[in-house]
Design a protein around this ligand. Sequence first.
Ligand code: C2E
Ligand code: CA
Ligand code: CA
Length: 530
Amino acid sequence: MLTAQNLIMGYRRKRIIVCLLVALLTLLLTFGLRFISQRSLNQQRIDAYAQHAVESLDKVLIPVAGKRHELTSLVGQPCENVHLPMRKLAAALQTLRSIALVKSGVLYCSSVFGDRDVILSERQPGLPDPAAKLLLAVDQSLIKGSPILIQWYPASADGEDGVLLSINIHLLSSLLLEPQAPLIKRVIVSVGRQYYSDSQGVSEQLRLADDEQIVTRSSELFPFAISVSTPGATALALADLPAQAPLAVILSLLLAAVSWIATAGRVSFTREIVLGMHKREFELYCQPQLDTRTQQCNGVEILLRWNNPRLGWISPEVFIPVAERENLIAPLTRYVIAETVRQLHYFPRSPHFHIGINVASSHFLQGALLRDVNQYWFAAHPQQQLVLELTERDNLQGVDYRLVRELHRKGVRLAIDDFGTGSSALSWLEQLRPDILKIDKSFTNAIGTDAVNSTVTDIIIALGQRLNIELVAEGVETPQQAHYLRLHGVHFLQGYLYARPMPVAEFPRWLAGGSPPPKAHNGHPLPVIL
Ligand code: C2E
Ligand code: CA
Ligand code: CA
């Protein structure tokens, strides 16, 4: 038999597992949610940064573009005449390094150097050009080798005349396109097939490290794009996770503590049941059954009573459902069978005297009830007849009828308890072939008072008689009920009219016709509901 200690340990283990699972789940959930929200936040920030960088460079180029016509109108005029206005303009557009005028492909005037005589195509391949152009280049005149962004505006249809504007991209990138570690590692400006980044300068190729991801946004106003290199929203969110550990740990410990407290109540009651069995706090009562034809008691039903020293008297209506829910009903039934066997000497030693024991349908699973009956009942070779009472409110469909047959074969009789209260179809009657139907006390109670239910009582009686199943009426309290039942052919009666449930040890005195058993036990009215 499963010992009480084993069961207690089992429950404690279950409780610990539940709390650990809660803690683990909270930990995973906190990390998971944190990771998801951080990743989407990172992605938003990266996108916003790239967009902002594009807008910053747009803002630099818009005023330059605004001066296009003013500047192209200067082309062709002598340098000494336009040099001063050009310098003023360059100074006004602060990001401009220089303005140069080109006539017939020759750069003839610069805002920095004044008169010049440089063939533009030699200095800047791809220029002059009939179309406006934006180029990345390396400065060849003022600060040699430094990166510049060139804006070319043609002033003639053949494109040989025009204005060349040099923008200090290096200064711009350090002011406006500053990377933001760890989110943004590098900012790359791309114009056509050329790239500029602080670390690589101007190049034709974009070299990427393995752990770099690129997010690109193009300008809608000018032909350039900004690419930002980032370790990636996911990698950054992962790197951020350890920082969340203290919060996640505190939260999971908190919820684990809450579930420890929440499971305490339930577990402690089941523990009480286990302890009660261990300390033999459960007492066996019996209620006689009468055969009205002989006026003899032909058997008893065993009913459990629990006087818990800490909680007081607890009704079976309270602890039996808890025991069923917590898988304690089989150990409890084992306890009842073993205790009944221990007290068998209180009952008549006759095969015509039956002892009814209540069982739960779940106890039939995997043949457990058959094993227990063999081990605890038949091993003691009792003379009395064993009746197993199975309530109709249980799921009788789940009861393996082969096990029932096996019990039948061994001489055990099967009674369906509380007959008429279940909601199932009656098809199981055919399969289980019970020996006895116990008419529920609500139907007995209805006799003479409740027309509908007493009709049901008649139907149940007719059904039992039709199927040739023995009928027992429960809860018989009045002579009128007994008379009615007898008249309708129900001869086995059980109820307060004959005897209230009594401690097994008092049964011989009752049977001998001595004083009736007390209606209270140790001063406690029975049963007491918790
Ligand atoms: P049950 O099997 O239907 O037991 C009959 C119940 O009706 C008992 O209540 C009994 O005291 C009560 N009773 C008997 N005669 C009368 C009467 O004339 N009038 C009224 N009003 N009631 C009467 P009890 O002992 O409180 O048990 C309640 C239920 O608890 C039982 O209903 C049974 O389902 C369950 N139970 C009790 N002992 C055990 C047990 O050892 N094992 C299992 N599995 N269930 C048990
Ligand atoms: Ca019963
Ligand atoms: Ca009953």
